[in-house]
Structure formats: C-alpha cells, structure tokens
Design a protein around this ligand. Structure first.
Ligand SMILES: Cc1cc2nc3c(=O)[nH]c(=O)nc-3n(C[C@H](O)[C@H](O)[C@H](O)COP(=O)(O)OP(=O)(O)OC[C@H]3O[C@@H](n4cnc5c(N)ncnc54)[C@H](O)[C@@H]3O)c2cc1C
Length: 621
C-alpha cells in the first residue's frame, strides 16, 4: 500500500490527519477488493505456453473444469507420472462469484452459458420471452462457481436404484465412500490435495424465519434435525454450503487451483472444445480440437484417455458435434456418424415452483440502500457482514403422502427484506418485468418470504439436440417439464402442504400469509382451487437448474445407456464421461454433491484401470 494521499473532490482542506486516515481507508478497501478472486488463487493459464511451444501429448485430457472435471483433474494429476491437460471454455471467476449468496449477479454475464429451453406453454410463462432459463457456469469451477452452494449427498435410495438397474458399484454403500473421500482433508502445504471445503456452522439468513420454519414444519410432524447423518432424510435442517471464511469454495478452487502448480498438470482457460477426433475404427479418441481465446484453433493429443466433464448440456452437445449421437439426427445435420448412441436423450431436471408469503412483521426493519453499502464495507474491511454468510441453507424434505420415509418434495426458504428492491430485481432478472414489478410493489410495503418447492423425483424426461453443426450455436433443449401428470400431482400436494404451513401457530405468530399475485389468466379460477394452482404453476414454475442424465450410465442391456458403469462411452476404449450427465435420473436433492462424488468415483475407476502401467507413482500425502 502506498502513502500517496488521494485528491479530494471538494474544496475543504485537511491539515493532514483526516486526509491520511481516509486515504488509508480507501486503499484498504481497494486492496481487499483486489484480493477477492486474486489471480494467484486460480490455476496458471497454460494458453500462452501452448501458443508458443505447441501442445505436446498428454496422458489425460479433461474437458471442462466444473464441479466434476476439477475433481477428476486433481485426482489424476496426483500421479506424478501422468501428464494431465484441462481445457476450460471459461476464465477465472470474477469477484461476485467469491461472495457467498451473490450468484444471481453472474447470470447473463460472460461467466454463464445462458441457455433457454424450447418454448413450453405450460410452464415458465412469467419468465422473459416465456422461456425457461437454464444458466450453467462458464468459468473455473463451472456451475459450482455460480450456484447456490447447497451441499447434500442425495438419498440412499437414489443410488440403490442405480445399482438395481445394473450399475455395479454405484449403490449407496459404494458411493458413500466417495462422498466421504470428497470431504476428507488430505495433503499438506508442500503436497496439497483437493477436497470439498464446507461450512456447516454458519446458519445464515434470518433467525426469525429459520426459527419459524423449524417450528411450523415440526407442528406438521416434520422432524427437526441438527444434520442429516446418512444421506437425505425426511426433516428440516440446515444443509452445509460450499463456502468457508466468507468465500465460495467451488471445486475449481479447492480441488483444482489448489494443486495446479503440479508440474504434470496444465490448465488452459478460454479453450472452447468443439470436436473430439476418433481413429478410423471409431474405437479410440485420438485428440480434441478447441478454439483458444476465440482466435486460435489448436488440437491436443491424448495418450491414455479423454475425460468429458462439460456438464449435462455441453457434454452431449460436444459428443453429437463429434459424431456420437442418434444416427438420424446427426445425418440430418450432415455430421458423419461415429457411434449411434442415445446421447442427449433422458434429460432430467427438478421443477422449481416459487410461492410467496407476505410478512408483516414490525420487529424486522425495512431495508435501506445504505445497508448494502454497509454490508460490502464490513465484508471488505472485516469479512463479517451478511455477505460473508451467504444465503440461508434451511431446507425441508417431506413426504406429502405420509406413506413412507422417502421425501417426495423439497423446500428452500428465502426472506426478502422490505425495500430490498434492487437485489430482488437481480435475483429475478429472468422474470418478465410485469411480474417482477408486481412483487416489487409488494416488497415496498412488506417483507416477502419465498418458498421454493421442488418435487424430488420427477418422472418427466426431455432431450437435447443440436441446433446446427456450428459449435457456437446453442443446442435445442426440450425440457419437457411436467409432461408426466404425476409430477404435477406431486407439486399440487406440495402446495397443499404450504397452505397447511400457513395455518400453523408458528407462521401465524410470524404474521406471514400467502401472497396472491394478480395473474390475469389464473384469476378466472377460484383462488386456491386446484385449477387455480395448476394455472399458477404455469407462470411461477420453472427449471430447477439440476439437469442430469443426457449421457446416461447403464449396463449394456439398457438401450438408453451411453456409458457403462465405469463411465466408458460405449464403443470407445478411451473416452469417459464424468459429470452430472451420466446420472441415470436426477437424485432427490440438489445435484452438486452427487456430481462431485461422480468426479471422485470416475477418477478412481481410471486409476484402477491404468494401475498396472503406472503403479506407485502417486504424490506423497
Ligand atoms: C444457478 C445455479 C444454482 C445452483 N444451485 C445449486 C445448489 O445450491 N446446490 C447444488 O447442489 N446444486 C446447485 N446447482 C447445480 C450444480 O451446480 C450442478 O449440478 C453441478 O455444478 C454440475 O456439475 P458438472 O461438473 O456436471 O458441470 P459444470 O459444473 O457446469 O461444469 C462444466 C464445465 O465445462 C465447461 N465447458 C462446457 N462446454 C465446454 C467446452 N465445449 N469446452 C471446454 N469447456 C467446456 C463449462 O464452462 C464448465 O466449467 C445449481 C446450478 C446453477 C446453474
């Protein structure tokens, strides 16, 4: 920090003391801001090296440094004999990614692939252009660097069902080991190793709301839990979040950046892969071609394997561009077919429905714009404001039928403080102005609570197809939300549960009541009738950002499977897929932790399969 005093923007004079202190204060703030997401926190970029010296051969090429890809690259490069290359289309995370709870600021920026589903008249009608929005992270850390940071393992049944479908070594007993490995701190300063860093201690959000939710759900028989011990359970709890000491801890940081000074690991940023090349038999992936910084075309050759971790939308897109996909579809686009596989089918996602309460509670003051400035000031100067804590992670999993201990609905709860219009606007920027204005109008008069309702095990399935053979074109996403009537039935039961919560003593004491938002079409129906709520879902239902399944894992007998249970693409010896796209269906609960587990699981398969070649070369722990 220098001692140069700042030029005052006013005529008043200082004899020195005030000027010097203010200068130090301003410089301290700038220094703290610059330390947020400093270059040194991220992997060095090998892009210049690649341009200058060319790209040699790598044992493993990992495509995508997202939630799973960062784990795979970190684990594979533990073996000092293996040269690992990571190609990531995005760049280092911006400062907003580092601030817990500010992820909405990253959507519609260059750090997000802003995908939209094909029109679906029965959902997403309150969103801009009436289209479902599907953001995905385009940066080191992938969607894990723009997500809500909730971390939950999934329900044991999810994985036991995968096992029962023929996916050997994917039952709960098997995957649990990898969940445990992911959160186990290993390594030391000289030999750092990656792992998930979680904050389970800070229960952010409003104490008022958190207490009321625990009490209200308990009144309806939902147990309050201090934590889930063995995967998801029916109950209300605080889930851990991927943050620590007031900073986001996506795998791009904690797994990849942490080990990225290993000499056998190269990361190239702004490297958009657009083709995987195969040999003439189609049995071996030989190289990958990518555009670097939108200006250079480069290729990297793989000796052992290519690992595709570009996520549920981009992994199938890249496979199809490379000739692996449904034959008819590829032929229509004049893409030579290497393998006819159902890539892009089986798109699964949770549906997220937002139901709003108005909260007329005078013990909670109105928000003032000044408050946000105070937050950022405290955050930068002392790292202790609400911004450091991030969003509330209070969650309930319930069984709306009351017939088993399998949750069929999950809820998240958020408080919007009266007057906090600007942040509310950013959070719901995807919504059509008309609906945001209606809610903002209410937010000027009272606080709002949003209940986010997600059926845990949707049955509806969609698909992804290429728009054209141009890699820069966004794919066509046919989300097909709610096409199975059972999904709407579950949502309706979930809404009825919210109505019952409204009637609890805890919610009445809080003075929170359901907010009726004027909706021209739905107002034709009796308020709160089934027809009304069906119509409401059409407007305030949208995608849950938990897409999975488009490169489905399954045994060879499964005609819908694209990769085998060791994640190898059918018909190819050396191409694996390790990301959320391999999940046979969407697990109950948020998908980041299961995806990280898949990264761990996939890396272990690779290590086992190449063990004989390279035994005993692991980095010391
Ligand atoms: C806004 C949002 C909020 C969410 N909130 C939560 C939450 O709170 N909790 C939770 O559990 N889950 C949440 N999720 C879901 C969760 O983050 C994802 O399921 C998970 O991150 C998926 O990981 P992945 O490795 O499959 O893909 P990603 O993490 O998306 O990684 C894919 C990576 O590949 C890169 N890539 C793509 N195409 C190419 C290419 N052609 N060439 C090179 N690189 C490429 C991308 O830039 C990206 O970095 C949220 C998701 C979003 C978008």
């Amino acid at each position: 920090m220098t001692n140069t005093s700042i030029q005052l923007p006013c005529a008043a004079q200082s004899v020195g003391a005030v000027n010097s202190l203010v200068t130090t204060l301003v410089q301290t703030i700038f220094t703290a801001q610059c330390a947020l997401s400093a270059k040194s926190e991220w992997p060095p970029d090998y892009g210049d090296g690649a341009l200058k010296d060319g790209i040699g051969k790598y044992d493993f090429i990992v495509i995508g440094a997202g939630s799973a890809g960062s784990v795979v690259a970190s684990r594979l490069s533990e073996n000092t004999k293996w040269k690992v290359l990571v190609l990531e289309a995005g760049d280092d995370p911006p400062q907003e990614s580092e601030i817990p709870g500010w992820h909405p600021f990253l959507q519609r920026t260059r750090y997000s692939w802003d995908y939209y589903s094909e029109p679906q008249p029965h959902i997403c009608q309150a969103l801009k252009r009436r289209l479902c929005y599907n953001p995905r992270g385009k940066l080191i850390g992938g969607s894990g660097a723009i997500n809500g940071m909730i971390y939950v393992d999934g329900h044991r049944r999810d994985f036991d069902d995968w096992l029962a479908a023929g996916n050997t070594q994917w039952g709960w007993a098997d995957v649990k080991r990898f969940y445990e490995r992911a959160v186990r701190p290993v390594g030391n300063a000289t030999h750092p190793m990656g792992y998930v860093v979680l904050d389970a201690s800070k229960h952010a959000g409003s104490v008022l709301l958190n207490n009321a939710i625990f009490k209200a759900t308990a009144e309806l028989g939902v147990p309050s839990k201090s934590a889930f011990e063995d995967g998801i359970e029916v109950g209300t709890t605080f889930l851990p979040v991927t943050s620590s000491k007031g900073r986001r801890t996506a795998t791009g940081k904690t797994y990849l950046a942490k080990v990225s000074r290993r000499p056998n690991l190269h990361v190239i940023k702004n490297a958009h892969v657009h083709k995987i090349q195969f040999d003439s038999s189609g049995k071996r992936a030989t190289s990958v071609t990518f555009s670097l910084r939108e200006g250079y075309e480069l290729s990297a050759e793989g000796r052992k394997e290519v690992v595709l971790s570009a996520g549920t939308i981009d992994s199938p897109k890249l496979l199809m561009l490379s000739g692996v996909g449904p034959r008819k579809h590829l032929e229509k686009l004049d893409i030579p077919v290497v393998h006819d596989l159902p890539v892009g089918s089986n798109l699964c996602d949770h549906v997220a429905l937002r139901v709003h309460f108005k909260l007329e509670n005078t013990s909670l003051g109105a928000f003032e714009q000044r408050t946000r400035i105070d937050f950022i000031y405290q955050f930068l100067s002392r790292n202790n404001s609400r911004l450091a804590n991030g969003p509330t992670s209070i969650t309930s999993f319930i069984n709306t039928k009351g017939d088993s201990d399998l949750p069929d609905v999950q809820y998240h709860y958020t408080l919007h403080q009266q007057g906090d219009i600007e942040f509310f606007g950013v959070q719901f920027a995807r919504r059509h102005q008309k609906y945001t204005a209606r809610l903002s109008g209410q937010l000027r008069k009272s606080h709002l609570i949003t209940f986010l309702l997600m059926p845990t095990k949707p049955r509806s399935v969609g698909k992804i197809r290429l728009r054209s053979s141009d890699y820069l074109d966004h794919p066509r996403i046919f989300s097909n939300y709610l096409s199975d009537p059972e999904d709407m039935a579950t949502i309706l039961r979930g809404i009825r549960f919210i109505e019952r919560l409204e009637g609890t003593k805890a919610m009445r004491e809080l003075n929170a009541t359901l907010l009726r938002i004027p909706l021209e079409e739905c107002d034709d129906y009796e308020y709160r009738s089934e027809a009304y709520w069906r119509c409401y879902v059409k407007y305030f239902g949208e995608g849950g950002y938990h897409q999975t399944g488009t490169v489905k894992m399954g045994p060879s007998s499964d005609r819908g499977a694209c990769v085998d249970p060791r994640l190898r693409l059918y018909g190819v010896e050396n191409l694996r897929v390790a990301d959320a796209s391999i999940m046979p269906d969407v697990p109950r609960g948020n998908t980041n932790a299961p995806t990280i587990m898949i990264g761990e699981r996939g890396a272990e398969f690779i290590k086992q399969d190449w063990k004989e070649d390279d035994q005993g070369a692991n980095e010391p722990k």
